[in-house]
Design a protein around this ligand. Structure first.
Ligand SMILES: [Zn+2]
Ligand SMILES: [Zn+2]
Length: 257
């Protein structure tokens, strides 16, 4: 069981809701959504763009639709992070009139152009959100699409086909307990490099795993000259380009090689 990687409202600079939420004691389950518009594929390489996109959706819902807040309960991004929307026990607005009390609303950050096929990180994050609202928000077992009972294309063909299959976790995706070797956690979505010093929890995660592998380096969450040198040595050992930058390949090898 992987803990959910929540992006709290203050962490994505959410605007405060304009009014009180309607309390929601329990739901039959979850309805899955997509944005319905274009999603720039660049979000896959830059989690900062995910946050900007979520803020723009909130602005559209509040200023365009006149809702008190973003219409979704949670938003799943390609980096297997789950943005807190209206949250637990609050009536969403995205399912359509008369349909909101039945299900929490979870958005996957794909659209009808640009990023159309959900990367594994989004699918995992949607399942993380579903498990979270079942455990903590009295959600029932149903997993449906927005189009179930409402005239819309949402959540788009790829996501809806996945929902119809029962929203399975992608193969090889971490906590499915399946066979095979160790699996790297999802790539953080940015390059760990120096200079300048890159700081963050993702750096600490990488450093911790390198220490486990036996490399001598400080686990301080700061990717500076020492981390770069260790990275270069590791890359040479693995016969990949020794640029001293932790990108998706080096990240994966750190766990799976
Ligand atoms: Zn929808
Ligand atoms: Zn993201």
């Amino acid at each position: 069981m992987v803990a959910i990687d929540l992006v709290l409202r203050r962490d994505w600079n959410a605007r405060a809701p304009r009014g009180d939420y309607t309390q929601l004691d329990s739901t039959k389950g979850v309805k899955v959504h997509y944005t319905g518009g274009r999603v720039d594929e660049a979000i896959v390489g830059d989690h900062g763009r995910c946050a900007a996109l979520v803020r723009s959706i909130q602005a559209h819902h509040m200023d365009g639709n006149g809702w008190i807040d973003i219409g979704y309960s949670y938003v799943a991004c390609p980096h297997r992070k789950v943005f807190e929307g209206r949250g637990l026990h609050h009536l969403p607005a995205a399912n359509g009139p008369g349909l909101n009390a039945g299900h929490y609303a979870v958005l996957g950050l794909v659209g009808n152009s640009g990023l159309v096929r959900p990367p594994d990180g989004i699918l995992h994050a949607v399942v993380d959100a579903i498990e979270f609202v079942r455990k903590n928000g009295s959600a029932g077992k149903e997993i449906k699409g927005h189009r179930d009972g409402y005239a819309t294309d949402c959540p788009g063909e790829p996501l809806y086909a996945w929902v119809r299959r029962g929203a399975p976790r992608p193969a090889g995706g971490g906590d499915d307990g399946g066979g095979g070797g160790p699996t790297a956690p999802p790539f953080p979505g940015r390059l760990l490099s120096y200079p300048p010093v890159t700081r963050g929890q993702d750096v600490r995660t990488w450093q911790t795993q390198m220490r486990r592998r036996g490399w001598e380096l400080a686990v301080d969450g700061a990717y500076g000259p020492e981390s770069r040198e260790v990275c270069r040595s590791f890359q040479r050992q693995q016969n990949v380009s020794d640029d001293g930058i932790v990108g998706p390949i080096t990240w994966r090898l750190t766990w799976e090689a």
